[in-house]
Design a protein around this ligand. Structure first.
Ligand code: PAF
Length: 298
């Protein structure tokens, strides 16, 4: 299968983007940090459905890792990643190095600071500066690739929310699209970091999604005590042998605390398991559920 062409310089990227623009083609973009799995390939396919040409970037962005996090050990396999993209509708792989992304160095660069109400909650509480790092690199990538549409996984729901907000606030002329989470057979959300799990940990990891599903089922069944749902979620994660970090019911649009009267919810959770920090979420739309027939309710 044909491996996609690689642009390892800004000049090579610009040349190709300019040529596509001259031809009036619509450009789709899937930013990644490599370690590609089926979930990433779903991003590429989703971009291809929305555009004529697809660019995939691979760059492990140092700005979004905390000082004690896994930047040094994050999975890097550029050759394997490009091989995985062969046969997919990827028309160009952009592989910048750190100097291209941060020409004056990572500490001497203009940063994009998302609003604290979005960036300091949930994952942002445990990972200070993480979403500023994400917003900064995505803003620069948007300017370099100039996509019409960019796709991001819904597994990183908070990241998707932050990027949507950044694109609106900074008037990026790009459509930001979310792509549903790809799961393993037992429900575990695919993630490059799942490879940190030892076999015995891997068998417990699906407990995170099970806890989210149980909470979703309770909401759909009419449970209105959101605090009780959150407590039960934390407890279910603990019983599955993981250390829960948070388990929260929020509003999908801006991640504010949900009210019992809401009709749409996103339930988000994070947990530690060995070397891995797992995150996942489910959304619940009460109005999308089939109406309960009289006599069916318990
Ligand atoms: O989701 C990711 O892989 C990264 O956070 C992203 C969006 C590529 C920015 O580095």
């Amino acid at each position: 299968m044909r491996r996609p062409p690689v642009a390892a310089t800004l000049a090579a990227l610009r040349e190709q983007i300019d040529a596509w623009r001259r031809d009036g083609l619509r450009i789709g973009f899937a930013p990644t940090m490599g370690g590609l799995h089926e979930g990433h390939l779903d991003l590429v396919r989703a971009a291809a459905r929305r555009a004529d040409r697809v660019v995939v970037s691979i760059f492990v962005n140092p700005l979004q890792f905390g000082p004690t996090e896994d930047f040094a050990t994050y999975p890097r396999d550029l050759d394997g990643d490009i091989e995985r993209l062969a046969g997919e509708s990827c028309d160009l792989v952009f592989t910048p190095d750190e100097h291209m992304m941060y020409p004056r160095g990572r500490t001497d660069t203009t940063r994009v600071e998302p609003p604290p109400g979005l960036a300091s909650i949930l994952c942002g509480a445990a990972r200070p500066g993480h979403f500023a790092g994400v917003a900064t690199v995505v803003a620069r990538l948007f300017n370099l690739v100039a996509p019409d549409v960019a796709v991001f996984g819904e597994k990183d729901f908070q990241q998707l929310t932050v990027i949507r907000r950044m694109a609106t606030d900074l008037a990026f002329d790009v459509e930001v699209a979310g792509v549903p989470t790809r799961r393993e057979a037992d429900g575990l959300a695919m993630s490059s970091r799942n490879r940190y799990l030892a076999p015995e940990e891997r068998s417990r990891a699906s407990g995170l999604y099970a806890a989210l599903q149980a909470a979703g089922t309770a909401l759909a069944a009419g449970e209105e005590d959101l605090v009780a749902i959150q407590h039960a979620g934390m407890e279910n994660i603990r019983s599955a042998g993981m250390e829960p970090e948070y388990f929260e019911v929020r509003r999908p649009e801006g991640l504010e605390q949900s009210l019992a009267a809401d009709r749409r919810f996103v339930i988000l959770a994070a947990a530690r398991l060995g070397r891995a920090r797992l995150i996942d979420n489910v959304t619940v739309e009460l109005d999308a559920l089939p109406p309960v027939e009289p006599g069916e309710a318990e």
